[in-house]
Design a binder for this molecule. Structure first.
Ligand code: BMA
Length: 326
């Protein structure tokens, strides 16, 4: 297959409709909640006890967020929503005073635990925090990982040996440094001490993802590498536009970005993506990959209000990505 040049437009795009909106979107809205809330959005997704589990960011009517579990057999409808939050801000924890936001979940094979990375927010700025759970009932909060301002983080499910290093955990995150908002990768032997920080996916001047990029879904392991979806922001005259891109990272060495979508794969278009607290936002935050069905379910926050679902064929996305040199 011929690879097109970086600045050559995609004239024969294999990328049309790679992610298809579920016709009955939004799949979860604040009115589904068992208690009064403002918005339900930006969920983490994983498989737990043969069900799809979403850890949903719920904003209360004071403007502070907590995280609540919703489960469904098919990951589409009949959601069972827990009556009490799973993770909520504690009054005596300084970095949590303004709430907990935007979780991502991975299953850590070695520890036999789920790792949840989320944003703790306070006057000091947003920081990435970590909690472990085995059952989504009891949570072991480990505190914050890196200094503010930092968001949009996920661990990988296993350690990596890159170069001559010992096996280390890897964290994708999005610090803002000198006003620049790129996606970074950092390593740690123990989930406490972090280093070897580097930019993984930078913003692209002039492009749809020129102002900010941030990790969307947790890394998805595929035969061809770690597939990630990310959000890219362009500031426009009528506000920020949050669109969805994808990238592939080398399976053994995730510092290597092998492909990165040139086009966005989703852009706000449906009315529920424009009607909400923050119009024009698609914020992917959780994905479930079923290799047997060749199906990716992508869960996203829409307009900071409700949750949308889009599905795509992994093989189609992979075919498209191979047209995209980094
Ligand atoms: C980002 C995050 C998300 C939010 C998005 C759009 O900075 O804070 O939680 O969905 O902005 O408002």
């Amino acid at each position: 297959m011929r690879q097109k040049q970086r600045n050559e437009p995609n004239l024969h795009p294999p990328w049309r409709n790679l992610l298809k909106r579920y016709p009955q979107n939004p799949i979860i809205t604040p009115s589904d909640w068992p208690y009064q809330v403002n918005s339900t959005f930006n969920p983490a997704a994983t498989v737990f006890q043969d069900k799809i589990l979403l850890l949903v960011r719920v904003e209360d009517c004071r403007g502070f967020s907590h995280l609540t579990v919703a489960t469904s057999k098919n990951g589409v409808d009949n959601w069972e929503i827990e009556e009490t939050p799973a993770l909520f801000p504690e009054t005596d924890v300084r970095e949590e005073q303004w709430g907990l936001e935007d979780p991502r979940i991975v299953w850590l094979e070695e520890e036999q635990k789920y790792a949840i990375t989320y944003v703790s927010f306070s006057k000091g700025g947003p920081v990435i925090s970590l909690a472990f759970t085995e059952d989504f009932k009891k949570f072991d909060k480990k505190g914050s990982l890196l200094p503010p301002e930092d968001k949009d983080a996920s661990l990988f499910p296993r350690k990596f040996t890159v170069g001559d290093s010992q096996p280390r955990y890897a964290l994708i995150h999005r610090p803002i440094i000198r006003g620049e908002a790129h996606i970074w990768l950092s390593f740690s032997p123990d989930l406490k001490h972090w280093g070897d920080h580097r930019v993984l996916i930078p913003t692209r001047h002039g492009w749809w993802d020129q102002h900010r990029v941030g990790l969307g879904t947790q890394p998805i392991e595929t035969p061809n590498g770690w597939l990630i979806f990310y959000h890219g922001v362009r500031a426009t005259a009528s506000g920020d536009l949050y669109r969805v891109g994808a990238a592939m990272l080398d399976l053994e060495n995730p510092t290597r970005v092998t492909y990165r979508s040139q086009e966005w794969l989703m852009s706000p278009a449906a009315s529920f993506e424009w009607l909400g607290d923050v119009p024009g936002v698609i914020f992917p935050s959780g994905a479930i990959f079923d290799p047997e069905k060749d199906e990716i379910k992508l869960y996203y926050g829409a307009a900071d209000q409700s949750i949308g679902l889009a599905t795509g064929s992994y093989q189609d996305i992979w075919r498209y990505l191979q047209f995209c040199p980094v």
